[in-house]
Design a protein around this ligand. Structure first.
Ligand SMILES: Nc1ncnc2c1ncn2[C@@H]1O[C@H](COP(=O)(O)OP(=O)(O)O)[C@@H](O)[C@H]1O
Ligand SMILES: C=C(OP(=O)(O)O)C(=O)O
Ligand SMILES: [K+]
Ligand SMILES: [Mg+2]
Length: 527
């Protein structure tokens, strides 16, 4: 009888819980995205983050000058070189984000039951009575009784620096609000969230386009995190814009779902996007608290079935200033893995937290423990059933490779790919062992110059659960003759051995093309 449980079918022995975690060359199959900022920008700290398991670095343009982010990125490049750990780059847009403008950066005390006015006139100084904001349409957007939340950028919830307001009345362009809780806003940047109200600002702002076309192009960003995606059209527009920017036509778009409008259009957004970020920070304000888990379960399931990466945010906020997560947070990370997430995105913890490296390390350990008891068997069956028949040839090969690898207890799956498609399809079936995706570069031209594809594809797998990319030498021709297949395979096996994932006498499942045919091979190594 099959249990319908997320955990392994067999009951877990209590004593097994105490067995120490095995260390391996990578901390977990689940990936970790770190937001880089003031507390995580030295070469030393970034190197620590990479060794601890961060494989994607997020640069959030909601704050900071391009030069500042560039300096951080240069440090990241040095850290990648010295640690030999790959890392992808994600640019996060500002989008229709409302912010309080507090130019003089003095702290503002707000007292419960008093009123405060939100005004679009940015010439006014922020005070306990008036909060200037970066948007002139608020008065038209809200009505009496609406809820507004003002919080420190990447508020963690444990701060007394966030405030809930209720709209009392609208006076011209100003909005008069009643303060629901006392708080002191300190610092320079506060984001504003009007619950369940549409903000008439473009999803990709002019400032975002400017940053993407300069910073983004210069740094060949792997991922665009599209903040406040509300419709499939938002993704299409961003895609169209990227297609005009040379190499960025290869950039993947991750739609960030952070309000109810995005949630409502989730299915159509998922069709257009390359991946989804479950922005639980903002969405958690828009949704009643008791509904957040349900969104997570439904959204991650849909991403899994579509074979597109799901990224979950805001997991261990309390680690921003503590060495240990709360029990609730630790359990939440494990549940995100059991739900099927591909990656965990850290925000305040790495950006301005005291323990960026420790946070990554602990999150990785929790993920690894959850992966051990993930009910792969049930997941596999569910996915096969969802996909239905007839399957595409490639998907049938990919799922068979995973099944074969589990049956023969292979230590890794090695997948040859150029577009990355085959590797992603294997990852979709959530193998219990790592997948080395060997990306074979292809010579391509844009009618101006010749170049090799492959670098984007390799780095983009750094956000997919279970995929560990390796870029093959471009001198190997892309045609899959048996001679080139053999020599690339040898390089991949050597790579796996030196990384410690493959040992003598291990079984390895290989997915490659021989001539025109896609094949799954099982080999047993000698020594
Ligand atoms: N250069 C290559 N050499 C050998 N096999 C390959 C190569 N590229 C892809 N394959 C295999 O071909 C099949 C199609 O994979 P896919 O990733 O869709 O290929 P492509 O990258 O050409 O789109 C898979 O079985 C994959 O493992
Ligand atoms: C990650 C989030 O948003 P931000 O882009 O503000 O960090 C979030 O809301 O969870
Ligand atoms: K942002
Ligand atoms: Mg957000």
């Amino acid at each position: 009888m099959h249990s319908n449980h997320l955990l392994l079918e067999e009951p877990i022995r209590m004593a097994s819980i105490l067995e120490p975690s095995k260390s391996s060359f990578f901390p977990a199959m689940t990936k970790i995205v770190g937001t880089l900022g003031p507390k995580s920008r030295s070469v030393e700290t970034i190197s620590g983050c990479l060794k601890a398991g961060m494989s994607v670095a997020r640069f959030d343009f909601s704050w900071g000058e391009p030069e500042y982010h560039q300096e951080t990125l240069e440090n990241l490049k040095m850290a990648v070189k010295s640690t030999k750990k790959l890392c992808a780059v994600m640019l996060d847009t500002v989008g229709p984000e409302l912010q309080v403008v507090n130019k003089v950066e003095k702290s503002i005390s707000l007292e419960a039951d008093k009123t405060v006015i939100m005004t679009p006139y940015q010439g006014q100084e922020a005070s306990s009575e008036v909060l200037p904001i970066n948007f002139d349409g608020l008065a038209k957007a809200v009505k009496t009784g609406d809820t507004i939340f003002v919080g420190h950028y990447l508020f963690t919830g444990s701060e007394t620096t966030s405030v809930w307001l209720e709209v009392e009345s609208v006076k011209g362009d100003d909005v008069v609000c009643k303060i629901k809780n006392s708080a002191t806003l300190a610092g320079s940047m506060f984001t504003l969230h009007v619950c369940q109200v549409r903000i008439e600002m473009p999803t990709l702002s002019e400032k975002d386009k400017e940053v993407i076309s300069t910073w983004g192009v210069k740094n060949k960003i792997d991922f665009l995190s599209l903040s406040y995606t509300r419709h499939a059209g938002d993704v299409r527009e961003a895609r169209e814009y990227l297609s005009t920017l040379g190499d960025l036509s290869q950039t993947q778009i991750f739609a960030k779902i952070e309000n109810i409008e995005g949630l409502t259009h989730f299915d159509e957004i998922l069709q257009e996007a390359d991946g989804i970020i479950l922005s639980r920070g903002n969405l958690g304000i828009d949704l009643p608290p008791e509904k957040v888990f349900l969104f997570q379960k439904a959204a991650v399931y849909k991403c899994n079935m579509a074979g597109k990466p799901a990224v979950v945010t805001r997991v261990v906020d309390s680690m921003t200033d503590n060495l240990r997560p709360t029990r609730a947070e630790a359990t939440d990370v494990a549940n995100a893995v059991l739900d099927g997430s591909d990656a965990i995105l850290l925000g305040a913890e790495t950006l301005r937290g005291l323990y960026p490296v420790e946070t990554i390390s602990i999150v990785g350990k929790i993920c690894a423990e959850a992966e051990k008891v993930f009910n792969q068997d049930m997941y596999f069956k569910k996915t096969v059933k969802y996909v239905g028949e007839p399957m595409t040839h490639l998907e049938s090969i990919a799922s068979s490779a995973v099944r074969a690898a589990i049956k023969v207890k292979a230590s890794v799956i090695i997948c040859f790919t150029s577009s990355g498609r085959a590797a992603r399809l294997i990852a979709k079936y959530r193998p219990t062992m790592p997948v080395l995706s060997v990306v074979i570069p292809r010579l391509k031209t844009n009618q101006l110059r010749w170049s090799f594809s492959g670098a984007f594809e390799a780095r983009q797998s750094l956000i997919v659960r279970g995929l560990f990319p390796m870029l093959a030498d471009p001198r190997h021709p892309a045609e899959s003759t048996s001679a080139t297949n053999e020599s690339v395979l040898k390089v991949a096996l050597d790579h796996g051995k030196s990384a410690g994932v493959i040992k003598s006498h291990d079984r390895v499942v290989i997915c490659q093309k021989v001539g025109d045919a896609s094949v799954v091979k099982i080999i047993e190594l000698e020594d």
